[in-house]
Design a binder for this molecule. Structure first.
Ligand code: SF4
Length: 270
């Protein structure tokens, strides 16, 4: 298995290095830029992130600016991106960097993991892209590519599968760790695409891909969904007096914490 995967390293690195880097956060490997872009890209499409990223960097060009920004301004910069805890965690981590790391981004995977809101994927992305540390950064794209290359029948939604793939990648990480990780992610975004037939003819690793050989590309990866999303029905009140409309602040914790909304109540049995 390790042998199979070793073969994909060089073609992925070469392919990634030959790709044009048009996205603003790919123009340099500055850790602050990699960090903010990776957090914004979680749950958000690349095209939507472009304008948010540009505005964020214009308003908060340094970690110090982020540490000192008011919550109101921060949330305004994030407005529309959703998952606001990401923005709050960015600020918390920036304060940690100011207090514990003399204002400089930590330079190792393990130290990065100590920062608020930075999990294994983001720590791996920053450590490999900015510092060339040989650690994987396994997101959904990477899981899909590797599952197809190995024709793995394991459920990619299980943490155990992710752990196994991370371990396999750790064994084959090259010196060009950042380019390899970014290459895998980009291959998943552009060529080894989800929910449809991947563009195998354009793929730089097609000769090593078992799913392609065995005609399994549209059947993999395996994703077994367990829980249905919880749906709440609410009655929303609009209280209007002349030009004024009543809004209220949400709870300090939970979904959309501290943001504003129209007064509403849960609907029961309707
Ligand atoms: S050959 Fe096809 S299925 Fe295999 S990694 Fe490339 S794009 Fe994905």
């Amino acid at each position: 298995m390790k042998q199979e995967l070793t073969k994909i390293v060089k073609p992925i690195v070469n392919w990634y290095q030959s790709q044009e880097k048009t996205l603003p956060w790919k123009q340099d490997k500055e850790p602050y830029h990699v960090w903010v872009s990776e957090i914004m890209l979680q749950q958000t499409r690349i095209e939507a992130v472009r304008k948010y990223y540009a505005r964020f960097m214009q308003e908060l060009p340094t970690i110090q600016d982020l540490a000192n920004v008011s919550e109101e301004k921060l949330l305004k910069l994030w407005e529309g991106l959703g998952y606001y805890s990401r923005a709050r965690n960015l600020k918390k981590a920036a304060i940690q960097i100011e207090n514990d790391y003399q204002g400089k981004m930590p330079t190792s995977y393990l130290e990065l993991l100590k920062l608020s809101g930075i999990g294994e994927y983001t720590a791996g992305a920053i450590a490999s892209i900015s510092y060339q540390e040989k650690v994987p950064a396994v997101d959904g794209n990477v899981l899909r590519v590797i599952s197809r290359v190995l024709a793995s029948k394991e459920d990619v939604l299980l943490p155990e599968t992710k752990r196994k793939i991370t371990k396999k990648l750790l064994e084959i990480m090259p010196e060009e760790a950042g380019d390899f990780n970014e290459g895998l992610m980009e291959l998943g975004e552009k060529i080894c695409i989800p929910n449809t037939t991947p563009l195998c003819e354009k793929c730089p690793i097609k000769e090593f891909c078992i799913a392609k050989k065995e005609n399994l590309t549209t059947k993999l990866p395996i994703r077994i969904k367990k829980q249905k999303r919880k749906i709440e029905k609410r009655t929303v009140f609009i209280f209007k007096y002349k030009e004024k409309i009543a809004i209220r602040k949400r709870e300090k914790t939970g979904i959309l914490a501290n943001l504003y909304e129209f007064p509403n109540i849960l609907r029961r049995n309707i």
